[in-house]
Design a protein around this ligand. Structure first.
Ligand SMILES: [Mn+2]
Length: 331
């Protein structure tokens, strides 16, 4: 059941008042800064209300966030701890085992047509789940400590790519302002999570730029990442943190109205050997139309994608041709 912030906060407060109150907070697979920051901050908030808490997920906390979370060990939970999902879109995003758990609470900014838990707080207009956790702390009257602010500001910076995504809005900046007042180090976090690049990230960015095609008078930009490129860069897999927001690199070309990224997957990947993504910056164009014409693609008008059985080179050529046609038609 979808609840307002005050109603959800009240139910959390009631649950915290129970004897042996305990919560298991679950973040999604391939964790990012938002689910980690939101999950660990929520654990601190519920602890401040007297509950025992543990944060968990199918995958370990990525190395880049461990300096935030290593200082926050999990409590030993008694039997009957209540499950809370954060930032997950739906239960399937918590992985095969955890999705079967009886979630009591669900906090998210994605929105799903299905019910995820008896008590749900879902605000799709928020640019990061961390903003919702901040609103919850304030509604519960729990003082936001500098450590909580650090976690939640990290959630906001990573999910908005440092306030640069289309989802960034006035509320994002109001949340950022409050978190800065609560003690978040705005420059330090922006530098650590939006400016600093690992040697592997630098290597793969060089590849993406080096293989870039600029077509249709600069209106179409494409690139590709092959398995050999990943190996050369020292990146183990397509879900590696070094590849986060990698498709967005193509938007450095100011005239780009459509961007295409093609990524090779290992032989035997059931979905197909090539994964593609299409994005558009123009309301007159539909990335979803292009993805659908590739066979089994889907998505939103602005961003879509899917898998293909074509080789990366074939898929890229087909996508470039489809986009060129769409651009011509939209003139
Ligand atoms: Mn998120």
């Amino acid at each position: 059941m979808l609840l307002s912030v005050p109603a959800f906060a009240e139910r959390l407060r009631e649950a915290c008042a129970e004897k042996n109150a305990a919560f298991r907070i679950v973040y999604h697979i391939n964790p990012d800064g938002d689910c980690i920051g939101s999950g660990y901050a929520l654990a601190m908030i519920l602890r401040a209300l007297g509950a025992k808490t543990a944060v968990t997920g199918r995958d370990p906390v990525p190395a880049q966030f461990r300096e935030l979370t290593d200082r926050l060990p999990n409590d030993n939970l008694p039997d009957g701890a209540l499950y809370i999902g954060v930032d997950g879109k739906d239960r399937s995003r918590t992985g095969q085992t955890l999705q079967e758990m009886p979630y009591a609470f669900w906090i998210d900014h994605h929105g799903s047509p299905e019910t995820q838990a008896p008590s749900e707080l879902v605000l799709p207009e928020r640019s990061a789940c961390g903003e919702i956790v901040l609103e919850l702390a304030e509604a519960l009257g729990v003082p936001v400590t500098p450590q909580m602010a650090e976690l939640l500001y990290t959630a906001l910076v990573t999910d908005t790519n440092c306030f640069r995504t289309v989802s960034t809005n006035a509320v994002s900046f109001r949340s950022a302002a409050r978190l800065t007042e609560y003690g978040a180090d705005a420059y330090g976090i922006a530098r650590r999570y939006a400016m600093v690049k690992s040697p592997a990230r630098l290597a793969i960015e060089r590849t993406v730029f080096g293989k870039m095609h600029t077509l249709c008078c600069g209106r179409l930009v494409s690139s590709e990442i092959l398995l050999s490129d990943l190996a050369d860069a020292g990146i183990a897999e397509q879900n590696a943190p070094e590849l986060q927001n990698i498709n967005g690199l193509l938007e450095v070309i100011g005239s780009a109205e459509m961007t295409v990224m093609v990524r090779e997957y290992p032989e035997g990947t059931p979905e197909g050997r090539t994964r593609f993504s299409v994005k558009t910056t123009s309301a007159k164009l539909s990335a979803r139309d292009i993805a659908e014409q590739m066979g089994n693609g889907s998505g939103h008008p602005q961003a879509a994608g899917g898998f293909s059985d074509l080789t990366p080179g074939e898929a890229r050529a087909k996508l470039e041709a489809l986009c060129a046609k769409a651009l011509e038609a939209a003139e």
